[in-house]
Design a protein. Structure first.
Length: 426
């Protein structure tokens, strides 16, 4: 399945090129398969890869600017739920004081809804529930998706707010007056306050309309405002004291999954795997990802072509049935190392990025296209592929997911995952 060709004739030659056991829609790969500033002679080859679906065993959700709350249901991926945990601080080292002359009028939790999923309605009823924590959210701790902290008492907020597209996306939640006693008549240093006010748990109640909301903790609206008045010797002033929950504070998201269908095996064994002959599944929020194995082809290629130079390699991940309203815009590739750790493939640092070849979804071809030239070069030099993981971009914070075709041409209507190469030999 190889053809010697010159790039100037590539567009014509490819029209007649039969792709064995693959979908015959790669006729435009020639000019777009390389940096147009470089032209070269080359040999074109296409190879299939093995693939499987695995479940994330560890994902840190603290240390970024977003948290998620809510639920989402999907006929393929099942149900995902998210709960946010927020640290509350004075925001400075000056402590906090509400002496006998201060009376608190209200305490308002401000949050900013960056995105709502699914985003198909004109307005969204958000039943938000807020609890005070009995255990502190710590700044010097990394929190994983399975971590939780114990809450206490009755909800500080338990009501429904309707958010419309025309709104500013700011949520203002007036917390229960029972919280006033924690502040009124007290003086705290900043460290004492963190011990007293251990944090908040924020969740979204499913009232029959599951929604997933991404909260931007870096937004200026993300804060707590204490409204109070000061009265002393005939003097009266209305004041506001701001408490911090923002990007400089610790926060994390707890995720749970309840899968259906083929993925339900992960409900009882997260270390299980699912063969990817027909389908592979990329589910974010500490969900599933795909692992590809290039070894079979690369071992043969290395033996037959020991002096070959790879000029271009492109990974194609067909998703012909994908709903563009719910799939991620981009997929990323991670190289798996001999010790099991992962790192981004070298191609992600390329200064030249051809349009549509950086892991984004091609709506016309109905597939993801990803440049992996340097990655393949490194695998050939190193002698072994320990696995290439395909994940959803921004998988910690995006609820979008996708199922792509697998590696078996028979099971994918001759449209499997594949890699297209252009190389030359000395």
């Amino acid at each position: 399945m190889k053809h010697h060709l010159h790039l100037s004739l590539l567009a014509v030659a490819l029209l007649c090129w039969p792709l064995c056991s693959c979908h015959d829609d790669d006729t435009t790969l020639g000019m777009g398969l390389q940096d147009p500033s470089t032209l070269f002679d080359g040999i074109r080859d296409t190879f299939l890869v093995k693939a499987q679906t695995l479940h994330t065993d560890s994902l840190i959700t603290s240390g970024n600017s977003y948290v998620l709350v809510g639920q989402m249901d999907d006929p393929t991926f099942g149900r995902t739920e998210a709960t946010a945990y927020l640290q509350v601080t004075t925001g400075d080292n000056n402590g906090l004081e509400f002496d006998q002359y201060c009376t608190i009028d209200s305490i308002v939790l401000g949050l900013y809804a960056q995105t709502i999923y699914p985003s198909t309605a004109s307005s969204y009823p958000l039943h938000i529930r807020v609890h005070q924590l009995a255990e502190p959210v710590l700044s010097d701790t990394s929190y994983y998706y399975f971590d939780t902290l114990r809450a206490e008492g009755s909800p500080l907020f338990d009501s429904t707010i309707t958010l419309a597209h025309s709104d500013t996306n700011r949520l203002s939640l007036r917390l229960d007056p029972s919280l006033h006693a924690l502040l009124e008549g007290h003086s705290y240093t900043s460290s004492e306050f963190r011990e007293v006010f251990k944090g908040l748990r924020v969740s979204l109640v499913d009232d029959g309309n599951p929604l997933m909301v991404t909260l931007n903790m870096a937004a200026s609206a993300s804060k707590i405002e204490v409204y109070y008045h000061y009265t002393n010797a005939g003097e009266e002033r209305n004041l506001i004291r701001t408490l911090s929950i923002g990007v400089l504070n610790a926060h994390f998201t707890h995720y749970t999954h309840n899968y259906t269908g083929a993925l339900s095996r992960f409900n009882t064994n997260l270390k299980d795997s699912l063969d990817g002959s027909s389908t592979i599944y990329m589910d974010p929020l500490a969900g599933t990802y795909a692992r590809l194995d290039f070894n079979a082809y690369l071992d043969t290629f290395r033996t037959k072509h020991p002096y070959a130079t790879i000029h271009r390699a492109e990974l194609l991940l067909p998703a012909p049935d994908a709903d563009t309203n719910i799939i991620p815009t981009r997929l990323l590739a991670l190289r798996r190392n001999v010790n099991g750790t992962t790192s981004y493939i070298a191609d992600i640092a390329d200064t030249y990025v051809g349009g549509g070849y950086d892991g984004t979804y091609d709506k016309t071809k109905k597939r993801y296209r990803m440049r992996i030239t340097r990655h393949i070069q490194q695998l050939l030099r190193n002698g072994h592929d320990y696995g290439t993981n395909i994940i959803v971009d921004s998988r910690i914070i995006t609820p979008k997911h996708v199922a792509t075709n697998g590696y078996d041409p028979t099971a994918t209507a001759s449209n499997p995952i594949r890699v297209v190469l252009i190389y030359s030999e000395k």
